[in-house]
Design a protein around this ligand. Structure first.
Ligand SMILES: [Zn+2]
Length: 138
């Protein structure tokens, strides 16, 4: 009934060969560095969660008076453990985002200006989303 014309199929195959100009595959060493950091961050998060659980146990076992004569108040330990946990959690999330960008082919592309981020910056901070110029602009 409506056979495809050769012109249509030719333009379709040409389209599949195209890539967005800014997309790039993350280099294997960047992926490896990212995976390593993500692993470290997850270990740190796990440790922080355990510390938090430990403080929670101490707190629930403690009397209303949380002043331990030998040490710092549990509320201090608690907020410290919370801060460490939150930071570890944010780090994991940020690295997971970077890993997702590596899969999507947008790793190393500045999220603000669209230019490529300096590989040296990415080596130091694989989860960087801004190029140095945009980061400096704040
Ligand atoms: Zn930028």
């Amino acid at each position: 009934m409506s056979p495809r014309t050769p012109r249509t199929s030719r333009s379709a195959s040409r389209r599949t060969g195209l890539r967005p100009a800014v997309a790039q595959a993350a280099p294997p060493e960047a992926r490896a560095a990212l995976a390593l950091r993500l692993q470290d961050a997850r270990v740190a998060l796990d440790r922080a969660e355990r510390t938090l659980a430990q403080v929670r146990r101490l707190q629930s076992g403690a009397d209303d008076d949380e002043h331990d004569p030998d040490g710092v108040p549990l509320s201090f330990e608690w907020s410290k453990a919370m801060a460490v946990r939150d930071q570890a959690r944010a780090q994991v999330a940020s690295l997971e985002d970077a890993a997702a960008r590596a899969d999507a082919g947008t790793f190393g592309v500045c999220s603000r200006c669209g230019r490529l981020i300096d590989p040296r910056r990415l080596a130091a901070r694989p989860d960087a989303t801004l190029c140095i110029d945009c980061a400096r602009r704040g």
